[in-house]
Design a protein around this ligand. Structure first.
Ligand SMILES: Nc1nc2c(ncn2[C@@H]2O[C@H](COP(=O)(O)OP(=O)(O)OP(=O)(O)O)[C@@H](O)[C@H]2O)c(=O)[nH]1
Ligand SMILES: [Mg+2]
Length: 323
C-alpha cells in the first residue's frame, strides 16, 4: 500500500484507479492511506455540475476540461452514474464525447455507479475527490444528475456548484422542487440555440429575487455546449465565484464545515449500522420485534419501551467492539 500511496502522490493514474476501487468496496486499507494522503490535499478546486437528465452536463464538462487543459492544468473528472435504465446510453455517449480527453495523461476520468457502492455514494465521491486532490489535480469536475437527495448530497463536495437547465417551460420549476435552486452558485441555460432562452433566463432571475440573500448573487449564463459557445464566460464565472469565496474567507470555512459534517455523518452511519446489528442479537429486542411483526404490539410504543430499559446500553455495548 505504501508504494501505491507514493505513486498516487506523483500523480500516477493506475494508483488512483486502484485506490478508488478499494474505496468503492469499503476496503479497510483505505483509511490509513487517506491519512497519509491528507496533508497533500487542499489545493484542488472542485466544481460540481448538476441539473436534470440530458441538459448537456457532460458536454459542458467536456468543454471546460478542454479550456483547463489549454491553461496547462491537471484535471480530474468524476461522473456519478445513476445506473438507472434511463441512462443506459449516457456513459457510452460520454466516452465518445470525451474521447480525446481519455487519451490525455493530464486528465483522469472516472465514473462511480450509485449501485453497489459500500458506504453510500456521497461518501465515496468525497473520498475520490480527495484522492484526485492528493494526486495533484488542479481542478476536479463532478457531474451528477440533479434528481434526489443523494445527488444533492454529492454536491456538498463542490466548492462551486453549477446548475444546468435548458430553455424548456417547467424546467426551472422542476429545479426549484428538486432543491437545486438552493445549492446553485451559477446557473447555466444550455442549448441556447433552442427557442425560449430569454424566457428561461428571466424565469430563473425572478426566482433569485425571491430567494435568500447570500452575499453572492448567482449569475445566469447562456451556453451552447455543443458548439462550445459561452464556455469561456462560464469559466470566468466559476473563477469569480472562487475569488468571492477566497476573499471572504468562505472557502476555508465552507471546507471545514463540510469536513466536520462528513466526519459526523460517518460516525452516525457506522453507529447506526452497528447498533442495529447488536440490537438484532439482543433477546429482549428480538422479542419486541417479533411482537411488532405479529401485529401484537404497536411499533412506536414497543420501541420506546425497549429504549427506556436502563440496562439496554450496557447490554448492547457489552457484546460490541465499540463499547
Ligand atoms: N441543441 C443543443 N443540444 C446540445 C447542446 N449541448 C448538448 N446538447 C445535446 O444534448 C444531449 C445530451 O448531452 P449530454 O452532455 O450527454 O447531457 P447530460 O446532461 O450529461 O446527460 P445525462 O448525463 O444523461 O443526464 C446530447 O445529444 C448533446 O449533443 C446545445 O448547446 N444545444
Ligand atoms: Mg452526462
Amino acid at each position: 500500500m505504501d508504494a501505491v500511496v507514493s505513486s498516487l502522490l506523483e500523480g500516477d493514474h493506475r494508483a488512483l484507479s486502484r485506490l478508488i476501487s478499494l474505496m468503492e468496496r469499503g476496503d479497510p486499507q483505505v483509511g490509513p492511506a487517506m491519512e497519509r494522503l491528507f496533508p497533500h490535499t487542499g489545493s484542488a478546486y472542485c466544481i460540481g455540475i448538476t441539473g436534470p437528465p440530458g441538459v448537456g452536463k457532460s458536454s459542458l464538462v467536456n468543454a471546460l476540461v478542454q479550456l483547463e487543459r489549454g491553461d496547462g492544468r491537471q484535471v480530474g473528472v468524476v461522473a456519478v452514474d445513476p445506473s438507472s435504465p434511463f441512462s443506459g446510453g449516457a456513459l457510452l455517449g460520454d466516452r465518445v464525447r470525451m474521447e480525446r480527453h481519455y487519451l490525455d495523461p493530464g486528465v483522469f476520468i472516472r465514473s462511480i455507479a450509485t449501485r453497489g457502492t459500500e458506504g453510500g455514494v456521497p461518501r465515496v465521491i468525497k473520498g475520490v475527490v480527495r484522492l484526485l486532490d492528493a494526486a495533484a489535480k488542479d481542478v476536479v469536475l463532478v457531474e451528477t444528475v440533479g434528481v434526489g437527495q443523494t445527488e444533492l448530497d454529492v454536491m456538498q463536495v463542490a466548492d462551486t456548484v453549477v446548475v444546468v437547465l435548458v430553455p424548456e417551460l417547467g424546467d426551472a420549476v422542476q429545479a426549484l422542487k428538486a432543491g437545486l435552486m438552493e445549492i446553485a452558485d451559477i446557473y447555466v441555460v444550455n442549448k441556447g440555440d433552442l427557442g425560449g432562452t430569454d424566457r428561461m433566463v428571466n424565469a430563473i432571475e425572478s426566482m433569485l429575487h425571491t430567494g435568500p440573500a447570500r452575499g453572492w448573487t448567482p449569475p445566469v449564463l447562456v451556453t451552447q455546449a455543443m458548439n462550445e459557445t459561452g464556455i469561456q464566460e462560464l469559466k470566468g464565472a466559476i473563477q469569480a465565484h472562487r475569488n468571492h469565496l477566497e476573499q471572504s474567507q468562505h472557502l476555508e470555512a465552507q471546507r471545514q464545515r463540510r469536513h466536520a459534517a462528513e466526519f459526523l455523518a460517518i460516525v452516525e452511519e457506522e453507529l447506526g449500522r452497528r447498533t442495529r446489528e447488536m440490537a438484532l442479537r439482543d433477546p429482549d429486542i428480538r422479542a419486541a420485534l417479533g411482537a411488532v411483526q405479529d401485529g401484537q404490539a404497536e411499533p412506536y410504543s414497543a420501541a420506546m419501551r425497549v429504549l427506556r430499559d436502563p440496562s439496554l446500553g450496557s447490554r448492547l455495548f457489552a457484546q460490541s467492539d465499540i463499547g
